[in-house]
Design a protein around this ligand. Structure first.
Ligand code: GRF
Length: 230
């Protein structure tokens, strides 16, 4: 008798805009490169193009203006997410700050992709700020979400050069190209049960993660200074 295969991990995705990171997740699932299932796509922008990337039955959106407070909106969002019983919740271009109660509710399974090499450039306009500061390197980070903005443990990063003559759009496009494989690589770790946040410690394969993993040119994650894929 063959064993029943484990059901794939359930992923909920929060979006506010275009949804290219969501598409990267969908494509990886379709290609068999990410054993997971999208159980819902949630947005604070009912007109977000990202929503149309999934079937109507998977979409939830509402305008925060219809709610009495930030907490009330996040409570409704949280209830809708919880109803889909996700193992992981991914903020992929979700541009609204989440209230502390929401973060605590899903803590340990809430990830965000941010377009900078955190802890550099939390917040908005990361590409323009990196150029203005004369940075020679920029990139993206996937991190656990904690109440403090863009400050949770960084699981992995992807680096790109800043080139002479770059404007914010050119740099953003270079970063976006590495965001997609970065997010998929981290989710692959997550859905295989290898990534965990226990209290304030993030572990990979049970070992504390002291420095972020790095995405290599083949799309694999490596511990810095080693040539062994994780
Ligand atoms: C990405 O750069 C992401 O890092 C940032 O917002 C952008 C969203 O892009 N938080 P998309 O909606 O996934 O195309």
């Amino acid at each position: 008798m063959s064993a029943t295969p484990a059901s794939p991990d359930r992923i909920a995705v929060l979006v506010s805009g275009r949804g290219s990171n969501l598409q990267a997740i969908l494509d990886a699932i379709d290609a068999g490169a990410l054993p997971a299932r999208i159980v819902g796509v949630f947005s604070d922008k009912p007109a977000a193009p990202a929503l149309s990337r999934v079937a109507p039955t998977l979409r939830w959106s509402a305008s925060p203006k219809e709610y009495a407070s930030r907490d009330a909106f996040d409570a409704a969002l949280g209830d809708a997410i919880e109803a889909t019983r996700p193992d992981w919740i991914v903020c992929a271009g979700y541009l609204r700050i989440l209230c502390d109660a929401f973060v605590e509710r899903f803590r340990g399974r809430l990830l965000n992709i941010h377009p900078s090499l955190l802890p550099k450039y939390p917040g908005l306009r990361t590409h323009a700020r990196a150029i203005a500061d004369g940075e020679t390197e920029h990139g993206a980070s996937v991190h656990f979400v904690i109440p403090e903005l863009d400050a949770g443990t960084v699981v992995a990063q992807a680096r790109v050069p800043v080139r002479t003559g770059d404007d914010a759009d050119a740099l953003a496009a270079r970063v976006l190209a590495v965001e997609h494989p970065l997010l998929v690589a981290v989710l692959r770790l997550a859905v295989s049960g290898r990534l965990a946040e226990q209290g304030t410690t993030t572990t990979v394969d049970g070992h504390p993660l002291f420095t972020p993993l790095l995405l290599d040119s083949a799309g694999a994650l490596r511990a810095p200074g080693t040539d062994r894929p994780v």
